[in-house]
Write a protein that binds this ligand. Sequence first.
Ligand SMILES: [Zn+2]
Ligand SMILES: [Zn+2]
Ligand SMILES: [Zn+2]
Length: 157
Amino acid sequence: MPASSAPHAHPAAGSAALLAAAEQALRASGVQWTELRQHVFEALSGTGRAVSAYDVSDTVSERMGRRIAANSVYRILDLFVATNLAKRVESRNAYVANVHPACAHDCIFLICETCGRIDHLDDDQLADDLRARAAAHGFVAKRPALELLGTCRACQG
Ligand SMILES: [Zn+2]
Ligand SMILES: [Zn+2]
Ligand SMILES: [Zn+2]
C-alpha cells in the first residue's frame, strides 16, 4: 500500500470503479470476496454518510432477503478496516467505504453536523507532519483520527 504524495485520482464513492477496486484489494490480501461482503461494501459506499454496523445489517438484510446479524456485519467491518476497504469515523462510531483501497492515506473527514454528509480530503504532508510531531514527543502514533465537524456546502444556504 504505497502512500504517494504525487497528485492522483481516486474512484468516486458509490461507483462501479470503487467496487472493483475494493474487490481487487481484498483479493490481493488473500481474502475471499463473497456476496455478503459485497453487499456490506455497497451498503457502506452508497450513502455518502457514515453508517453504523446496525444500519449496514438492516440494509444488507433487506437486499439479501434474509436476516444478517449485526455481529456478522461487525466482523466484516473489522476485516474491511484491517484491509483498507473501510475507515472508522471515530466521532460517529460508524464506518465509511474507503475510496482509495489501494493506497494508504490518513483520511481527513469533513463531517456535516446538519445533514450527516461526509466528505474527505487526503493530505499526506499534513498527516506526516502530525506523525513527526508526535514522534518528537516520544509518542508512537498508530493512526491519526482527523475529523472536522461543521457545515457542508449544501447546508450553508
Ligand atoms: Zn491515493
Ligand atoms: Zn482518504
Ligand atoms: Zn450538510
